[in-house]
Design a protein. Structure first.
Length: 97
């Protein structure tokens, strides 16, 4: 199971977004957004940061990600990924490869 959250700058927090069936995760990626993916199967949290997001947003999102992770399982690892510099593991996760 995968949970997806979008960072809302005005709230300074993440908001869960609905997962639409049969829509590849990579289609959610938008350079103006910061998204957080909780992969329950792999015990992993991904923070994907769009290239048009600012340093302040990224900093607050990193802090808020800890609370989201703890809500699901404190043992999950958190990995941050930058737009256009995604790791192969992240590309595989979202269906880009």
């Amino acid at each position: 199971m995968i949970f997806i959250y979008q960072f809302k700058e005005e709230l300074e927090d993440f908001e869960e977004i609905e997962v639409v069936e049969n829509v590849p995760l990579f289609e959610l990626l938008d350079s103006d957004k910061i998204l957080l993916f909780v992969d329950m199967h792999e015990s992993k949290v991904w923070i994907w940061e769009g290239k048009n997001t600012n340093t302040r947003m990224k900093f607050i999102a990193a802090q808020a990600a800890l609370h989201i992770r703890d809500k699901h399982d404190i043992s999950f690892t958190i990995t941050s990924v930058d737009d256009k510099d995604e790791t192969n593991a992240f590309k595989l996760f979202v269906g880009l490869v």
